[in-house]
Design a protein around this ligand. Sequence first.
Ligand code: ZN
Length: 312
Amino acid sequence: MNTGRQPVACTCYVFSCNRQAHKCIFHIFPAMIRERKISEPEFLPLLELPKKKVKHSDHYFIFRDRKLLLLLDSGIAALPSGEDLISLGIDIQSKQYLGECGFSSCFAAETSPAFTEIHDLVFEDIRKLPAFLEETLASLAGRAIHLLEWDKNTRYCGRCGSETFRKSDERAKQCPECGLLFFPKISPAVIVMVEKDNRILMARSTHFPPGRYGLIAGFVEPGESVEEAVTREVMEEVGIRIKDLSYFGSQPWPYPDSLMIAFTAKYLEGELRFNDGEIEDAAWFGRDEIPHIPGSTSISGELIQSFISGYR
Ligand SMILES: [Zn+2]
C-alpha cells in the first residue's frame, strides 16, 4: 500500500503550468511576495553598453525552454546578477545586451538545455512575472525572450543560406552575401470586445479548456489594416457585422512574437453562427454573467474589466 503523500496539482492561474504544487513558485511562497516587488526606473533600450561612473548590479534575463530563471532569496524572487552567474556556476549562451534600467545593465541569454534548477534557482513561465517583478522588469522579460527567439531563427539568410551577422547601428541582422536585412519579427494580432444591449460577445474555441470563453481575436493578414482585420475576424468567427470600432490599447504578446492591438465595437447586424470548426460556441454576456475574466495584466482582462466597471 502506498502511504506516501500524494502530489498536489498546481492550481495557479497560468493555464499551462502543469506542475505539482510543491514545484510551483506561486505555491512555494505566499502572496506577500507580490507586495514586495522590486522597484525599478524606466527602461532605456540601447545597442552598446554606456560608459558609466556609477554601476549597479546587472540584470540577467536567462531562459531555458522559454522559462525565465529567478533567484529566490529570503522569500523574494529576483533576477540574477552578473555576480550570481559566477557564484552559482550558471553557464549562459546567446547573450544579448538590451539596455539600461537606471544604473543596471540588462542582458538576455539562454542556459544550456541541460542546466537544471538548483537550490535557490527556479525557471518560471513569464506570464507569472507580473506577480513578482516590477512592471518594467516583467515587460523586459517579454522583450528578452522575443529577441532571443529572433536571434535563433535568423542565424542564416532565408534567401541564400549564408550566416548572418548582427548590425552595430540598429537592432537588426544582415546577410553578408546578398545584403538581406532581418529585423525582429513582430506579428500584429487584434482583439475586440463587441457590445450589444449592455452585453459583450464572448466565444469558445474548440481548444479552450472546459468553461473557458474569450473575446474575438486573430492575426492581421498581409495587405490588411488592423481595422479590416477586426471586422473580418468577427465575421469569420461568429458571422456578425460590427460598427463604431474604437481603439482601446495595445500590448506586446511574446508568445512568440505578437503585438496585441485591442478595440471595442458595437453590434450592427447578423445572427451569431459558428460552423467553421474553430468556434464551438458564442454568446452575449452581461456584467454579472462573464464566464471567464483573464488576469488584469492582459489586455483582454483590461477590456473586460472596463466593461464590468461600467467605464464604457
Ligand atoms: Zn543572403
